[in-house]
Design a protein around this ligand. Structure first.
Ligand code: MN
Length: 283
């Protein structure tokens, strides 16, 4: 199933490219009192909600995707974990351009480890990216984004896909420069998630997904998840050695070669096979 969030926090199911509003199902999530949970309630109860979404979608008139403002399908990710330099050719392009990429950031992922992006940076494709420092370089990075479905810890790679709820397209927008990644990549609107959440059963094996990113119609990044240095199960194993993973946590798996700057007015089009395409305006 494909689930989106749109306009004023409405929930929708995508069928044949159109959205069926299923917002009343969200009432099933109830209300929460202080202290609030650290997980995303919709993802935490996904298996109960899917049949309800299906039932509501049948009687809800469809709306064209182009007519709505798409928000991040994950409303409340407890954390956004990201993998630095996780494609060999991106490591090579970064190592070759010492002016753009301070070399203390250019190491193998096994040495660097993972990093966190502030959840306040998360937006949906309909909200766009707001360039914060126009005098510095802000780059696009397209990444397969994995959504965790279960609370889990110390997950073996061999069992890791069992804790995955589904997948999204992620843009890990980045200010280039000398500071820590978590700062440069946590600017408001610098984590774009969308266009919709695709449940894991529709993807199957997440290795071998071709994907590409265009800016103003020109291909900038084109790669395949089979070329990840540490693959999706390996990243879940790595992350869960350090953090308890919770439903709705998002794992950005890393970007391939071709990263390049964007400027206000640019139109990003990001596509991952089996997930879909999202258009994002840079402001
Ligand atoms: Mn990245």
């Amino acid at each position: 199933m494909r689930i989106c969030r749109f306009n004023d926090d409405r929930l929708g199911i995508i069928r044949e490219g159109r959205i069926h509003d299923v917002t009343p199902v969200a009432k099933e999530l109830g209300t929460f009192s202080y202290p609030l949970p650290r997980f995303d309630p919709m993802i935490a109860r996904l298996s109960e909600l899917l049949p309800l979404f299906d039932r509501f979608a049948r009687t809800s008139p469809p709306v064209d995707v182009s007519e709505v403002k798409l928000l991040s399908p994950i409303a409340n990710p407890g954390k956004v974990i990201a993998a630095p330099v996780n494609y060999q050719k991106h490591l090579e392009e970064a190592a070759a351009d010492t002016k753009t990429f301070p070399q203390h950031h250019v190491r193998r992922i096994h040495e660097t480890g993972l990093f966190l992006k502030a959840t306040s940076s998360v937006v949906g494709p309909g909200e766009g990216v707001q360039v914060r420092f126009p005098d510095r370089r802000t780059d696009h990075e397209i990444e397969l984004a994995v959504v965790i479905g279960k609370s889990c810890n110390e997950v073996a790679a061999s069992a890791a896909l069992d804790v995955v709820a589904g997948y999204l397209i992620g843009l890990d927008m980045t200010v280039r420069g000398p500071e820590e990644r978590s700062l440069r990549k946590s600017v408001d609107s610098y984590t774009v998630l969308g266009p919709w959440f695709v449940t894991a059963d529709e993807i199957g094996d997440p290795s071998g997904l071709p994907f590409e990113l265009l800016v103003n119609g020109e291909v900038r990044q084109s790669a395949n998840t089979r070329d990840l240095v540490i693959d999706t199960p390996g990243l879940i194993e790595f992350a869960s050695k350090f953090y308890t993973l919770e439903p709705g946590d998002v794992l950005l798996t890393g970007t391939p070669e071709g990263v390049a700057p964007v400027k206000p007015g640019d139109r990003i089009r990001a596509t991952i096979d089996k997930i879909g395409t999202m258009d994002v305006l840079v402001r």
